[in-house]
Design a protein around this ligand. Structure first.
Ligand SMILES: Cc1cc2nc3c(=O)[nH]c(=O)nc-3n(C[C@H](O)[C@H](O)[C@H](O)COP(=O)(O)OP(=O)(O)OC[C@H]3O[C@@H](n4cnc5c(N)ncnc54)[C@H](O)[C@@H]3O)c2cc1C
Length: 341
């Protein structure tokens, strides 16, 4: 990784550890009453229809919890969004399906490298991704356009067959062992829904979710909550009306997420829904995916060092092509094939 925000590495977050950390941090806030094992099943409304709380089930049975507003941070299938009647504002019809598991003992991508992140792109609607997770482990992901995924009732067999179809992946997994469950998420939506209504607000995937290709979901969920918090404090202190809170939060939400969302959707279309001719895959796409400047700019927008829109300029493409041709000519002169493994 090029150095971004003081770090020069990337890895997949250990989600259970990360969630436990978020949960334990709540203790630092005396005003927070944290309750685990609670499932919200309905919204409570006053006579005017304003949301004033939730009905939830815990081990003691059903209980009502009332508050000055309800914030749905309950993920992409948000019950709060559904019960509140949040309208879908945008739903991009292209979706992907992902199957992933954690592995240990994955061989390095390059002979002298550490584990290393690697994308094995088919150019035919399916990519295989290997990237470092917790120490010594890797996530190995099958990421495909949804309309081409047919698991035939056996997700494990589908996953194994996809991995086995790539010589590169077979080599990296030869001495490896799967050390976590196989997890699948079908038809991952790219969507915005209404962010607020009378007495309710949404954050995270509940309000805006997108393809995992760019790994932005956790950042987005956190930045949305961070932008909402001071607005909510002002509202609760009586210094901002609900309408003003809703407007300001809606603007902040788009400001933080929209450019990346458009770029991710374009990448989903280009990477999984386009089928370039084999010649283009073996030339232009190979040159791009192995070009240091292209890689640096790609990783810089993913880590938000440069804006996501316009990260790939015509000048960059021209330089990639020039370097790619030069590399292939040098390789041919030395008698090496120009094709990529
Ligand atoms: C295959 C895949 C790979 C991904 N990889 C990455 C990645 O590498 N990097 C990244 O940043 N993002 C990634 N994401 C996206 C990321 O997981 C989400 O964007 C992020 O988790 C959203 O956080 P959230 O808190 O809004 O929702 P969630 O993490 O979904 O959390 C919602 C919580 O609400 C709880 N809940 C739901 N309903 C109820 C209810 N009725 N009552 C009580 N609790 C409820 C759930 O149990 C859950 O704990 C990936 C997504 C997918 C599908």
């Amino acid at each position: 990784m090029p150095r971004c925000h003081g770090r020069d590495y990337l890895y997949g977050v250990d989600r259970a550890g990360f969630d436990a950390l978020l949960w334990s941090r709540l203790e630092a806030h005396p005003g927070v009453d944290a309750r685990a094992g609670v499932r919200v099943r309905a919204l409570l409304r006053d006579d005017a229809g304003r949301v004033v709380g939730v009905e939830a089930i815990d081990e003691g049975g059903a209980r009502e919890h009332r508050g000055r507003c309800v914030i749905g941070a309950d993920g992409r299938f948000s019950l709060v969004a559904r019960k509140a009647g949040a309208r879908v504002l945008e739903d991009v019809p292209l979706t992907s399906t992902a199957y992933q598991a954690e592995w240990s003992g994955v061989a390095p991508a390059l002979p002298d490298g550490e584990g290393g992140a690697q994308v094995v792109a088919s150019g035919r609607g399916r990519n295989l991704l290997l990237f470092p997770a917790a120490p010594g482990r890797h996530f190995v992901v099958v990421h495909a356009r949804s309309d081409r995924v047919d698991i035939g009732g056996d997700a494990q067999a589908y996953y194994d067959a996809q991995l086995a179809s790539s010589e590169v992946v077979r080599r990296r997994l030869a001495g490896a062992e799967r050390c976590g469950p196989l997890v699948g998420v079908k038809r991952i939506a790219n969507r915005y829904v209404e962010h607020a209504g009378d007495g309710w607000l949404l954050v995270g995937d509940a309000v805006h979710c997108k393809d995992p290709a760019d790994g932005q979901g956790i950042y987005d969920a956190l930045i949305e909550a961070k932008r909402l918090a001071p607005l909510l404090v002002e509202h609760l202190a009586g210094a901002r009306s609900w309408a003003s809170l809703s407007d300001a939060y809606g603007r902040a939400l788009r400001e933080e997420t929209e450019a990346m969302f458009r770029t991710t959707c374009k990448r989903l279309k280009d990477d999984l829904y386009s089928e370039p001719p084999a010649l283009v895959i073996k030339t232009l796409i190979r040159w791009m995916m192995t070009d240091p400047e292209y890689t640096r700019r790609f990783l810089s927008y993913l880590s938000r060092v440069i804006p996501p829109d316009g990260w790939m300029t015509p000048g960059l493409v021209a330089r990639v092509v020039a370097r790619g041709i030069a590399r292939d000519v040098r390789g041919l002169l030395r008698g090496r094939s120009s094709t990529w493994p």
